[in-house]
Design a protein around this ligand. Structure first.
Ligand SMILES: [Zn+2]
Length: 505
């Protein structure tokens, strides 16, 4: 005999299903006897019941009695022995690209491209990332991402690159002007044919981004690396105006800045977040990878002003690990990448970026990772080490570390979706972050800094039900994310077996 309550639910379900597309009304979810681990809590809440309706948490209480049976209206999950945590946020990704594959290569291999694009969203979920921030995108890019099945929630920043500066320089003229709707044109610069410079002032660009739904502005200070070294950089006044306009619009400003010169500039311009660690020294000579007096000055100022820092250490490993063949032999790759893509990476065509990096760094074709030298003749290992020491300096002083991977930071296959986040966590552990700090960085700190904390970042009533059911406590070990029991995306329960690449093998 169905109870009165379930009968009422059933009638309501039928009415709604008849009137509206059924997919909008996923069944309610009730997770019982679970331990809630959430970054705003001092202690875990044990034996909790969490109720989800229409994709949001509607109630949290203490469990009484045995777990209810699932009905047509409510999926009941027994969370005994499991931890319920907010889904992770990666605050620095690039969703338009298939790691290691150019658009031309994708067009030549549509089958591989299709398999890769189908898997990429699932791979992020597989490692617990239910929200992604694409730092250079457009409304069209977001529509494309959201049209996929099982895609993590995504938000975007507009990329306010200086006309013809980094990273616009990588696309040939004049096509590049189509791909960068939010580029900045400074007074006195000659605008390309058909482009109105009045549409590309800091104020115009920020207003347009905001109207387009961007939640942040991405700016750049980069003179170049590898074979390119003399790119134009923006004037300080330009970026100050960007910051002023963005703050008036209520959105934060990130800056691509990985050197002492760039982070000094970012501080002077008043940006909110440095989108990389500080690993290149151009204004100071140093023979060690330790934190230098010049770095200290910059990092202390960032700490004093509570500037956000995305260490993005996997950027450097993503370059290092295309040298030599060992990365592609990592068995974890088969969880996150379709086998036809891994096979293609091994082909001469798929090794193109390895060849480019080797050439850039003047390495013999068969060099291994240990032979990698920095183009400026500084050991690459010491650049990696400097990034680590700079991060450790900020971690030790409880700075505002934002979890972000920059996946993929370059056309490298050594930044695989999802797994790259877990690898970044290991780098952060090496730099002295605890699992609890990483957990907070990847949830509440990211959410607050990007002003998404009304919706995500904690397990609280009113928040989106982007949740993880974990077998281990994520404040104790990052291994919690390597074998997730269930991923809950806007109230829908996903099993890792639905998310794993090559599941049949
Ligand atoms: Zn990036």
């Amino acid at each position: 005999m169905p109870s009165m309550l379930s009968l009422i639910f059933r009638i309501r379900w039928l009415v709604l299903a008849g009137a509206l597309p059924g997919a909008l009304f996923a069944a309610d979810l009730q997770i019982e006897h679970v331990t809630i681990v959430s970054p705003e809590r001092g202690n875990p809440m044990r034996d909790a019941v969490v109720r989800v309706h229409d994709g949001r948490i509607v109630a949290i209480s203490t469990a009484t009695g045995a777990t209810a049976q699932s009905t047509r209206d409510t999926i009941a999950l027994d969370g005994s022995g499991l931890f319920l945590a907010p889904g992770l946020i990666d605050s620095h990704v690039h969703l338009g690209e298939i790691p290691g594959m150019t658009a031309e290569q994708e067009a030549r291999h549509p089958d591989i491209g299709k398999a890769a694009r189908k898997q990429i969203p699932r791979s992020y979920l597989l490692y617990g990332f239910t929200t992604l921030i694409d730092l250079i995108s457009t409304p069209q890019g977001m529509v494309r991402w959201k049209s996929q099945h099982n895609a993590p929630d995504a938000y975007f920043c507009g990329g306010a690159a200086l006309m013809d500066g980094y990273p616009m320089n990588y696309t040939p003229k004049p096509q590049r002007y189509q791909g960068w709707p939010y580029m900045l044109i400074e007074p006195g610069a000659r605008a390309p044919d058909g482009i109105d410079p009045a549409m590309h002032t800091p104020q115009a660009v920020v207003s347009r981004m905001k109207a387009d739904g961007a939640i942040c502005v991405k700016t750049f200070f980069e003179r170049g690396f590898g074979g390119v070294r003399n790119l134009p950089v923006p004037k300080l006044d330009t970026i100050r105006e960007v910051v002023r306009a963005a703050h008036a619009a209520g959105i934060p400003v990130l800056m691509h800045a990985n050197s002492d010169e760039a982070q000094r500039f970012g501080l002077d311009a008043g940006v909110d977040i440095m989108a990389h660690g500080l690993w290149n020294l151009y204004q100071e000579h140093s023979t060690t990878s330790e934190v230098t007096p010049g770095m200290k000055k910059i990092l202390d100022e960032e700490l004093a002003r509570n500037v956000g820092l995305q260490p993005t250490m996997q950027v450097l490993y993503g370059l290092r690990d295309v040298i030599g063949a060992s990365f592609l032999a990592d068995p974890r790759l088969t969880r996150v990448l379709p086998s036809i893509l891994i096979d293609w990476y091994r082909s001469p065509e798929g090794q193109w970026f390895h060849a480019a990096v080797s050439q850039d760094m003047k390495l013999p074709a068969d060099a291994g990772p240990s032979e990698l030298a920095h183009p400026a003749d500084e050991g690459f290992a010491s650049v990696i080490d400097r990034g680590k020491h700079g991060t450790a300096y900020v971690v030790a002083r409880h700075g505002r570390i934002l979890f972000g991977t920059d996946t993929p930071s370059a056309p490298t296959y050594a930044n695989p979706p999802g797994l790259n986040g877990w690898l970044e966590m290991q780098r952060l552990m090496d730099a002295g972050e605890t699992p609890a700090q990483i957990f907070k960085s990847a949830t509440l700190t990211n959410a607050q800094t990007l002003k998404l904390d009304g919706d995500i970042g904690t397990v609280q009533v009113g928040k989106r039900a982007n949740l993880l059911l974990l077998r281990q406590d994520p404040t104790q070990t990052i291994d919690a994310y390597a074998g997730i029991a269930k991923v809950i995306l806007n109230g829908r329960v996903l099993d890792p077996s639905e998310l794993t690449a090559n599941a049949a093998h």
